[in-house]
Design a protein around this ligand. Structure first.
Ligand code: NAI
Length: 285
């Protein structure tokens, strides 16, 4: 496996919510980053999000370097072949098993054998993703939280075949980006989503059944249990489509106690996906 001091270039696959955040924190930590998406437009959106976030952090005096210097460490590409020089890959493309397996199978032929291949999946099996490659021992879950530059935690997920050195490397890398880690076995939802998704769905169901207004549902959970966001505002923040996909995976794997709330499905069908579309349970500017 590539030595820690040899890690210079980090490839990030996907320039969406999570991918651009991971690219940003890796560049902030001093790594060169190649960010890959399938369309130039998605890369442009990703760079715009990075510029906004770096400007906000600079305004708060939270950066040790000039935002421009950090930004210049990140290049964008639509060609997977441009990741050949990567010393580490972090995949943060859409949460679809077929897409992720295709990406990992392609990576096998592009990056060197001693390069760790990490996935940011929030619910899919690391073992199943890893089996698309010839090097399942090099595949590990590196589950960043949203928004990546702000959230301190990263969940390291250990697949059936993950080499213990690769697991240790994943903890080290996340810590090198200034994060704190915990470890989960490769079981549906890992630690965080296994516990979070039923909480969100129950909040939606209780609201739908008229237990409380959406504001009181969120206020009650915040004031009553000391969490920073209630279930409905957190669902809007994550994206209702992401919550529905995660709930469906858990439902399929773990049974009826993970059934998605009806109102969650109806909102996603209506295209109201939360903050990112300006309308979820709440309306956003
Ligand atoms: P997103 O929809 O914002 O971004 C996904 C990006 O992947 C899009 O720009 C899309 O064009 C790109 N993409 C699709 N196929 C690709 C391919 N073959 N190669 C390169 N890029 C490709 O999704 P988001 O929210 O960033 O999620 C990404 C991953 O992170 C998913 O696995 C998700 O489960 C996970 N995640 C999401 C969190 C969240 O709160 N949104 C939190 C933690 C993990």
């Amino acid at each position: 496996m590539r030595g820690r001091s040899d890690i210079e270039t980090v490839a990030v696959i996907g320039a969406g919510t999570m991918g651009n955040g991971i690219a940003q924190v890796a560049a902030t930590a001093g790594y060169d980053v190649v960010m890959r998406d399938i369309e130039r437009e998605f890369l442009d959106n990703g760079f715009e999000a990075i510029d906004d976030s770096l400007s906000r952090l600079a305004a708060k005096d939270d950066l040790e370097e000039d935002p421009g210097t950090i930004r210049d460490r990140i290049t964008g590409t639509t060609a997977l072949g441009d990741l050949a020089e990567a010393d580490l890959v972090v995949e943060a493309a859409v949460e679809e098993m077929d897409v992720k397996r295709d990406i990992f199978a392609d990576l096998d032929g592009i990056v060197d054998d001693d390069v760790v291949l990490a996935t940011n999946t929030s619910t899919l099996s690391i073992t199943t993703i890893a089996s698309a490659t010839d090097r399942p021992e090099m595949v590990v879950g590196l589950h960043f939280m949203n928004p990546v530059p702000v959230m301190r935690g990263v969940e390291v997920v250990v697949g059936e075949k993950t080499d213990p050195d690769v697991t240790e490397f994943a903890h080290w890398f996340a810590e090198d980006l200034g994060k704190e880690t915990w470890e989960s076995d490769d079981k549906p939802g890992f630690v965080t989503n296994r516990v979070l998704m039923p909480w969100i769905n129950e909040g939606i169901r209780a609201y739908d059944e008229g237990v409380a207004s959406k504001e009181d549902m969120d206020r009650g959970m915040k004031l009553g249990t000391n969490v920073p966001m209630g279930p409905l505002e957190l669902a809007d923040h994550i994206g209702l489509d992401i919550c529905l996909d995660a709930s469906r995976t858990l439902h399929e794997e773990l049974g009826d106690r993970y059934k998605p709330a009806y109102l969650l499905k109806r909102k996603v069908d209506a295209g109201d996906l939360g903050k990112k579309t300006g309308q979820g349970f709440y309306e956003y500017e």
